[in-house]
Design a protein around this ligand. Structure first.
Ligand code: ZN
Length: 151
């Protein structure tokens, strides 16, 4: 975890209005809401980051790790993995944020991270990619892979 993180709280970017919230650890398991838009910070769903500016905001400002699924609508294995990724979101929140990047909608992000095959999972911590896994996985394997990473 980033050394900038205060020990009593972590910054979480709202998946709805993209405001950075400071969530105290005491609130962590009490379904915290966004201070700006009042919606749940963790709804058990992945977040579409089909915009480079929004992507950078979530990757750099979240003090929880962000798991990104690089995918495309024309990719059969990607579509097959989509429900598993949502199941994984339910299991991994609020310790992790799960996000999806449509590489057809934002090819610049796929190019920047040199995504050579889809789907590809990539785990970002403190703005940096720490692990990558190409290929479709089931929900159990997604959760296991994320939890096996050391960072
Ligand atoms: Zn919000």
């Amino acid at each position: 975890m980033s050394s900038a993180a205060s020990p009593e709280a972590l910054h979480v970017v709202c998946p709805h209005c993209h405001t950075t919230n400071r969530v105290r650890l005491a609130q962590w398991n009490q379904a915290p809401d966004c201070g700006q838009c009042k919606q749940a910070l963790f709804g058990g769903h992945s977040l579409a980051l089909d915009d480079a500016t929004l992507f950078d905001r979530h990757i750099s400002r979240n003090q929880i790790p962000v798991l990104v699924d690089f995918w495309a609508p024309w990719c059969g294995p990607c579509r097959m993995m989509a429900p598993a990724f949502e199941q994984a979101a339910q299991q991994l929140e609020p310790r992790f944020r799960l996000a999806k990047v449509n590489t057809e909608a934002v090819p610049a992000l796929g190019a920047r991270f040199q995504i050579r095959s889809i789907p590809t999972l990539a785990l970002f911590v403190g703005g940096r990619e720490v692990a990558r896994q190409p290929g479709a996985l089931g929900a159990t394997d997604i959760v296991r892979w994320v939890q096996s990473q050391r960072f």
